[in-house]
Design a protein around this ligand. Structure first.
Ligand code: BGC
Length: 767
C-alpha cells in the first residue's frame, strides 16, 4: 500500500473547463484563434465548456464530497495578463484567488500549473516561443503569479507537456498555434521554453510570500519491455531515454526535456544526433534551465513494446490484434505505467508525482440515470495497481493526479471523448458522478487498499493439467478429454495438483503461467489462509487400460516417519466409466496380520485379494491401509491428499522396460489394515442424485467431495476456503466462463455465488 501522506488528486486545465464570459477581461490565446479557424471536431469550441468559472463553488463541493484532497488545475496566462505582459487583469486575479480559497475551504490542496497551453495571442504575434524574449515574458508572468497567489498556494508547476507544445503546436501543426516550422526552429523553441521554465522557477521563488514547492510536468509514451527479461528491460530503457523517432517527430522523447531540467545537461546522445539543428547553447543557459526543483511531474497514459533484438539492439514489437484500447484509441498498458515510473525514478533524483493519468471512454447515462463506466474503473484499477507495485519496489513516488475530474473540452477532439470521473451534460451543465468517481473515492480513502491487487482474487483459476505415462495407461485422456499429450500409455491426468511430481500451471486468469504451488505459497489468502505447508489436495483422472498393481497407502504418521515428511494418502474414486461386469480390488480376505504375511509371502493372491463388482457412477472411499487396485477398462476421478506415496504389494509379475517394477512388501505389511473394512462401507452408488444441487459424496478430515449434475441452471454459495471443480461430462458456463469436459479449476476464497448453466457433470472438492 501507499505511504500515509501519498497525495491522491485529480487534474484539469483552465482552457478545457473554465469557459469564458463577455466581462471577464481576458486576452486571446493561440487556442482561441486555432479553434476559430475551424480545427476542432465538429467545429466545437471552449467558450462555455464546463462553465467551471461560474460553477467552481459547486464543483469543489462535489470534490469534497468525493473525498478529493488535491487538485492540479491551471491558470490562463492571457486571462491574467491579457497582452501576455504589462497590465494585470484584476478580475482574473480575483477569480483565481477565490477559486484557490474555495478549494482550501473544501479541504482541497491546490497544485497550480502556470502554463497548460494557452499562450497569449498578443505574444504569439511577436514571435511566440521562437522569440528569445519569451524567457523574460514568462518570467514576468511567474512574478505576477507568485505575487498574487503564493500566499494561499504552496505548490506550483511551471509548464505542462513541453513535448506537445513544441511538437504538436510548432512542428506538426496539429495543435495551437498550428505551425509547421523547420526542425532547427523547433529546437530553438524547445530551448527557449526550457529557459523560460528556469526563469519562472527563479521568479516564483523570488517573489513568493512563503516557502513554495515547484515542479515541471513533461510527458511521453513509455517504451516498456515486451517481456520482463533483463535484456528487454535494458532495450526498453534505451529507447525510453533515447531518440528513435524520425526528425519530423523528434519531440516525442523524455530526456531532451527532462535531462536539462532535472540533471542540468542535454543528453549526449541527443546532442550528437541533433547537432546540425541545434541553436547556440551556453553554460549560462544550462544553469538557468537547471533550477533546483522540489518534485518531478510526469503525465503518463500509455506505452509501446520494445525488446532486445538479435544483435542486442532494441526492436519495436507490434501489439497483438484486439489489444485493448480507450475510446480515443490509445492502448491500455498498465505495465508501461509500472515501467515508466521505475525508469523515471531511477534516472532522476527528484520525487515523482504522476501529474496526469486517465482514460477516455464513450460514457452514456443509463436508464437508472447513472453512468456505469466499468472500463474506466478497470483501467484505473490496473494502472494504480501497477503504480503500487513500482512504489513497493522502491520507486520514489509521492502522488497521483487522475485526469480528469469533469468531462471537458479535449482540445482538437472537442467533446467527443470523455475523460472525466464526473459526467457533464454539456447542454444543461448537469454533473453526474460516474461509478469510477465513487470507486476512486474508495481508493483514496483506503490509500489504495481497495485496489483489486490488494484483494483476494475473485477470478476462476483455471489449470493446465499434467499427464503421466504409465505401463497400464491408454489414450482416453487425449481422446475423451482432449488433453494435448502424445502416447498410448497416458495413465493419469493430474488436474488440480501442486505436487512437485506434477505441479499444474494456471491459465486464463491474472496468474497465467504461475504454478499452483507458487500461488499457494505467495497468495495464501486465495485459499482462505488454510494452515498447511502445501496445497492439501490432488485431483486426478485415471485411465486404466490395463490393471494397476495391487497397492496400499500409508497414513500421515507413517508417511511422515518413513517417507521424508510426505503426507499420507486418503483417497476416493468416482467411477466415470467402466466395462460391463467390471470389478475393482478393494480390501483383502486375511483375518490377522499373521495370515496377511503368509498370503503375501506365499503369493496366494486369489485367496488374498478381495474383488468387488462396480458400475459407472459408483463412489469408493479408500482409507490409508486399504488394499486396492483399479482394473483395466476403468476410468476414474480421484480425489486424494496431496501425496505420491504408493506401496506396491503385487504387480501381476509384469515387466516394465524388461524388469519387474519395485515391490514394497514390508512397508505394505506394516500399513495394511487387518481385517479390512466391509465392502458395504467402501462402495456406494452416486448415480441418479438430484440434479442442480451440490450432492455431498463423502466428508472426512481431509476432504469433502461433491457431485453436481447441471441441467439448465443452478447456483450455490462458495463459502469454503477454496473449491476444486472438474467437469467430467458435457459443457456449460460458470460465472460467464465457458467450460467443458476435462476442465479443472479452483474457485478462490470469498468467491461468493457460483452460477452454473448448461448440461454437465462436475465432481468438486474442498477441505
Ligand atoms: C493533456 C491534457 C489532455 C490529456 C488527454 C494531456 O496530454 O495535458 O490537457 O486533455 O492529455 O488527452
Amino acid at each position: 500500500m501507499f505511504q500515509d501522506d501519498f497525495v491522491w488528486g485529480v487534474a484539469s486545465s483552465a482552457y478545457q473547463v473554465e469557459g469564458t464570459d463577455a466581462e471577464d477581461g481576458r486576452g486571446r490565446t493561440v487556442w482561441d484563434k486555432f479553434v476559430e479557424e475551424g480545427n476542432i471536431y465538429e467545429n466545437q469550441n471552449a467558450r462555455t465548456s464546463c462553465d467551471h468559472m461560474h460553477r467552481y463553488k459547486s464543483d469543489y463541493a462535489l470534490m469534497r464530497n468525493l473525498g478529493i484532497k488535491a487538485y492540479r488545475f491551471s491558470i490562463n496566462w492571457a486571462r491574467i495578463l491579457p497582452e501576455g505582459t504589462g497590465p494585470v487583469n484584476e478580475k482574473a486575479i480575483a477569480m483565481y484567488r477565490d477559486m484557490i480559497l474555495t478549494m482550501k475551504k473544501n479541504g482541497i490542496t491546490p497544485y497550480l500549473t502556470m502554463f497548460h497551453w494557452e499562450f497569449p495571442q498578443a505574444l504569439q504575434e511577436k514571435g511566440g516561443w521562437l522569440n528569445e524574449d519569451v524567457v523574460e515574458w514568462f518570467g514576468e508572468y511567474a512574478k505576477v503569479v507568485a505575487e498574487n497567489f503564493s500566499d494561499i498556494c504552496e505548490n506550483f508547476i511551471t509548464i505542462n507537456e513541453p513535448q506537445c507544445v513544441v511538437g504538436l503546436g510548432h512542428l506538426r501543426g496539429a495543435q495551437a498555434p498550428g505551425l509547421k516550422l523547420s526542425v532547427p526552429e523547433t529546437f530553438q523553441i524547445a530551448h527557449n521554453l526550457l529557459k523560460a521554465h528556469g526563469k519562472a522557477v527563479i521568479n516564483l521563488r523570488k517573489y513568493a510570500k512563503q516557502e513554495i514547492k515547484v515542479g515541471f510536468a513533461p510527458t511521453g509514451g513509455v517504451a516498456y519491455p515486451y517481456t520482463d527479461s533483463k535484456e528487454d528491460i535494458g532495450a526498453a530503457k534505451k529507447v525510453y531515454f533515447g531518440f528513435y523517432n524520425p526528425m519530423d517527430n523528434w519531440t516525442w522523447n523524455i530526456s531532451w526535456f527532462s535531462d536539462p531540467v532535472f540533471l542540468g545537461h542535454y543528453p549526449k546522445e541527443g546532442l550528437e544526433k541533433f547537432k546540425e539543428y541545434l541553436p547556440v547553447i551556453t553554460k549560462e543557459d544550462m544553469e538557468l534551465i537547471h533550477q533546483p526543483l522540489d518534485f518531478m511531474g510526469q503525465n503518463i497514459y500509455n506505452g509501446y513494446y520494445v525488446r532486445a533484438g538479435k544483435d542486442g539492439e532494441p526492436e519495436f514489437v507490434d501489439r497483438a490484434p484486439g489489444f485493448p484500447r480507450t475510446a480515443n484509441n490509445w492502448p491500455i498498458t498498465p505495465r508501461a505505467f509500472y515501467y515508466g515510473i521505475k525508469f523515471l525514478t531511477e534516472r532522476y533524483p527528484l520525487p515523482l508525482y504522476i501529474t496526469e493519468n486517465g482514460m477516455a471512454c464513450h460514457d452514456t447515462v443509463g436508464s437508472d440515470g447513472r453512468v456505469h463506466d466499468t472500463d474506466r474503473i478497470n483501467f484505473l484499477d490496473s494502472y494504480i495497481g501497477a503504480m503500487q507495485k513500482a512504489y513497493e519496489e522502491g520507486a520514489n513516488i509521492k502522488g497521483y493526479f487522475l485526469w480528469t475530474f469533469l468531462d471537458n473540452f479535449e482540445w482538437t477532439e472537442g467533446y467527443k471523448d470523455r475523460f472525466g470521473i464526473v459526467y457533464v451534460d454539456f447542454q444543461t451543465q448537469r454533473r453526474i458522478v460516474k461509478d469510477s468517481a465513487l470507486w476512486y473515492q474508495k481508493v483514496m480513502e483506503t490509500n489504495g487498499e481497495s485496489l483489486s491487487m490488494n484483494q483476494t482474487t475473485k477470478e476462476i483459476l483455471f489449470l493446465n493439467p499434467v499427464c503421466t505415462h504409465n505401463i497400464w495407461g491408454g489414450t482416453r485422456l487425449r481422446e475423451d478429454f482432449g488433453y494435448p499429450v502424445e502416447g498410448n500409455d497416458l495413465g493419469e491426468c493430474w488436474g488440480i495438483s501442486a505436487h512437485p511430481n506434477g505441479d499444474g500451471t494456471l491459465r486464463d486468469c491474472s496468474y497465467q503461467g504461475w504454478k499452483l504451488s507458487e500461488l499457494w505459497e505467495k497468495h495464501p489468502e486465495i485459499f482462505g489462509n488454510v494452515e498447511s505447508d502445501r496445497f492439501p489436495l490432488l485431483i486426478k483422472i485415471i485411465d486404466a487400460k490395463d490393471d494397476l498393481s495391487i497397492q496400499v497407502h500409508p497414513n500421515d504418521a507413517y508417511a511422515k516417519e518413513h517417507e521424508n515428511g510426505s503426507l499420507g494418502k486418503m483417497e476416493c474414486w468416482y467411477i466415470l466409466d467402466c466395462k460391463e461386469n467390471a470389478t475393482i480390488v478393494i480390501g483383502h480376505n486375511a483375518k490377522t496380520k499373521e495370515e496377511l504375511r503368509q498370503m503375501i509371502e506365499e503369493g496366494r493372491w486369489s485367496d488374498f485379494i478381495r474383488e468387488v463388482p462396480i458400475k459407472k457412477g459408483d463412489f469408493l472411499q479408500i482409507d490409508p491401509g486399504t488394499v486396492h487396485a483399479i482394473k483395466g477398462g476403468t476410468l476414474i476421478l480421484e480425489t486424494q491428499q496431496n501425496s505420491d506415496i504408493t506401496y506396491r504389494v503385487y504387480d501381476y509379475d509384469r515387466l516394465s522396460n524388461g524388469k519387474p517394477r519395485e515391490l514394497h512388501i514390508e512397508k505394505s505389511i506394516d500399513v495394511i489394515t487387518v481385517p479390512a473394512k466391509s465392502v458395504a462401507d467402501s462402495v456406494k452408488s452416486a448415480e441418479n442424485l438430484p440434479v442442480n444441487q451440490l450432492n455431498e459424496l463423502y466428508a472426512c478430515q481431509y476432504y469433502h467431495v461433491y457431485k453436481m449434475e447441471v441441467s439448465g441452471s443452478m447456483s450455490f454459495e462458495q463459502d469454503k476456503p477454496f473449491f476444486n471443480m472438474t467437469v467430467t461430462e458435457g459443457d456449460g458456463i460458470v460465472n460467464g466462463q465457458p467450460v467443458k469436459k476435462g476442465d479443472h479449476f479452483i474457485l478462490p476464497n470469498g468467491f461468493g455465488t457460483v452460477e452454473l448453466q448448461g448440461e454437465m457433470q462436475i465432481i468438486a472438492s474442498t477441505i
